[in-house]
Design a protein around this ligand. Sequence first.
Ligand code: NAP
Ligand code: G4F
Length: 326
Amino acid sequence: MSKNALIVGANGQDASYLAEFLLEKGYKVHGTIRRNSVPESQTTRIEGIRESGLIDLHYMDLTDTISVDSVVKETQADEIYHLAAQSHVQVSFELPKYTLDVNSGGTLAILEAVRRFSPHSKVYHAATSEMFGNSCDADGFQRETTPLIPVSPYGCSKLYAHSLCHNYRNAYKMFICSGILFNHESPRRGINFVTNKTVLEAVKIKLGMSKKLVLGNLYSKRDWGHAKDYVEAMWLMLQQDKPNDFVIATGETRSVKEMVKYVFSKLGMNWEDHVQTDKKFERPEELDYLRGDPTKAKQLLSWKPKYTFESMMDEMIEYWLKELKK
Ligand code: NAP
Ligand code: G4F
């Protein structure tokens, strides 16, 4: 019999790739969406599979525990992928309480609902490299054992949720995996994250539709992978015999400036002619450097990314060139 999965936050970047991945594997897929006054934007990233009736959608908001209980109880999923969050770091400085309510309180609501109404469900929790803050091992990598000292309300909210996952795993013997994923991007990435913002604006400049790109801190470094590779790791975690935590990363790091330079040069332009900086895109406290060590995932999950930084950025450039030429 085919397995039954529930994706919490089905319209997100990762969720849209995961839904396609699980459908290909023959899963029955349920997803949760939020009510929006513009109904089209509730399902923008999953329009194709929604129209074909391949995904069963349920309304759920993480701040509404009644909806969380109902959906978990009703779907009785074999696997629950909890991907919903207020996921923007800079926004979390402006909406700190909401970020905590959704990311920490919402995770508690999911874990409690599973404990009470669907204890057989395996749970994946979307933790993050933002939990490390500026802590790093002596060899320049972050791994599962590196101290977690977050530097944003978002990072703090995810650390609280990550700790709850450990607590519920140990106290109630629940199958809960927390994936410590480093930045992952794609053409479906929100256009207020630095990679897709850069690609979209650079393509507009190339096509004569815009003149400049305004960014914040160009000197922070990130370990950027592709969302499509990273959702496979989520699935692999839930196929193991025991619940565990895993760092998912490429092991490479680049500055924002290097990423920007790559995109502009790929489009035949000099980035310095078009890029300006503005303090309004800087955070009150910055996470300066991320470089993950995915050895544990490689060894225990046999996980290996297929995309390189270049093939990922090229895909994003191609996507926007095609979209904007339409
Ligand atoms: P995303 O595109 O921002 O998607 C987040 C999803 O959560 C959206 O579908 C959103 O709904 C939903 N959501 C937000 N608030 C909600 C609420 N109150 N109740 C119910 N649903 C809510 O994020 P992503 O990039 O796919 O990331 C997926 C998860 O991994 C997130 O938890 C993120 O924090 C975490 N993560 C991401 C990265 C990364 O680099 N992408 C790295 C590490 C961890 P709407 O579509 O209606 O807004
Ligand atoms: O693209 P970003 O906003 O991603 P950030 O803050 O690293 O967070 C992402 O990755 C986390 C994993 O570590 C996830 F947990 C989180 O949910 C999210 O997906 O910013 C990347 C870097 C930062 O240092 C930021 O200061 O780019 C810098 N930056 C420079 N100019 C900018 C901009 N970031 C944004 N969003 N917009 C700018 O104009």
